[in-house]
Design a protein. Structure first.
Length: 347
């Protein structure tokens, strides 16, 4: 089978490798239908996270057909169409029961890696996989795109809004104009936010942010961004802030633009080794967040919202590729030619 690997900084390659096999009773072998490139994959692609050539891809988002199941799997069977969340929660530990399956306590191998391939071994599949009614051929390509966002970015944007405790009538700032930030806008609107301030410097992303529900946009950065956001919130600061980037500047701004007592929902993978906690202390700023509760949100809310046409997060995918074009898919996303690269693997 074909599988993508990092060849070197700035280059992906495909290799022929053995198809994965069942290794544990709760394994599920998936035939990948659609996958994609995540913003966090680019940390590796750009060489910010050290990787050696030949290491498997960090891809972790897919919709798929169940190919084989281990002996302990009773919830899915071969032929089922499923969302493969990037988290592999157990569903019964204290974290999962509390709705934080992204921090499952039952096992350490809780995250997908290497999904940009024709087949994938999904560990701990009994509870984590989310069944989609019917088969891929029953859906339009646009609907398949939205279903794919439920493997990560839509659930992650929703997580940011949830842990920030967005309430009806709130003013919300969304740091980041990538797919997660854009999905955070969708989530804030779902939760009834009255004012949603996006932070895009790119016309295509700003237009999509507005379509998803943003009421204002701030394109400047640093102290200028803080001043602009305060002006838009009548000098008070936002009720909630969704930090969807993870860089030092984004995190710093997020911590400064909320009103006293605001919650910062952090879902951007942190790349800030040190953080000033003195300023947020005096503002009573609450900081929350981490890996998204993908399975919990999909089963409770998001799958139905997509199937019912209430939300259309698949619009974050602005160009399609085949698995053979994986290097181009990374390069185009790295160069901001696309918002998020969508990869067709099989029918």
């Amino acid at each position: 089978m074909k599988k993508a690997f990092f060849a070197k900084v700035g280059q992906m390659e495909l290799k022929n490798v053995d198809k994965p096999t069942i290794q544990a009773p709760d394994d599920v072998i998936l035939r990948i239908v659609r996958t994609c490139v995540c913003g966090s994959d680019l940390w590796n692609f750009r060489g910010i996270n050290p990787l050696k050539g030949g290491e498997e891809n960090s891809g972790h988002e897919a919709i798929a057909i169940v190919d084989q199941v281990g002996d302990d799997i009773t919830t899915v069977k071969p032929g089922d169409f499923v969302i493969a969340p990037f988290t592999h929660g157990c569903g019964h530990c204290a974290a999962c029961r509390a709705g934080f399956d992204g921090s499952c306590q039952d096992h350490s191998d809780n995250f997908s890696n290497g999904v940009q391939a024709e087949y994938y071994r999904f560990q701990h599949g009994q509870w984590a996989l989310v069944k989609i009614p019917g088969q891929p051929g029953d859906y339009s390509e646009g609907m398949l795109k939205s279903l794919l966002t439920l493997a990560d970015v839509m659930a992650t944007g929703y997580h940011a809004a949830r842990v920030a405790n967005v309430q009806p009538g709130d003013s919300v700032v969304v740091m980041g104009d990538g797919a997660v930030g854009l999905c955070g806008i969708i989530a804030a609107k779902m939760m009834g936010a009255k004012q949603i301030i996006s932070t895009s410097r790119h016309a295509d992303r700003q237009a999509l942010a507005e379509e998803f529900g943003a009421t204002d946009n701030v394109a400047v950065r640093g102290d200028d961004a803080g001043k602009a956001i305060l002006d838009l919130t009548h000098g008070q600061g936002a009720d909630a802030v969704l930090e969807c980037v993870g860089t030092e500047q984004s995190t710093d701004t997020a911590m400064k633009v909320g009103r006293p007592g605001a919650i910062v929902g952090r879902v951007g993978l942190p790349h800030t080794p040190k953080q000033d906690m003195t300023t947020p202390f005096y503002k009573n700023t609450i900081v929350a967040g981490g890996p998204a509760s993908v399975t919990t949100y999909d089963k409770a809310t998001l799958l139905k919202a997509v199937l019912d046409g209430e939300i259309n997060p698949g619009k974050v995918f602005t160009k399609s590729f085949t698995l053979d074009q994986i290097d181009e898919a990374y390069k185009d996303m790295d160069q901001r030619k696309v918002i998020k690269s969508y990869v067709k693997v099989s029918d």
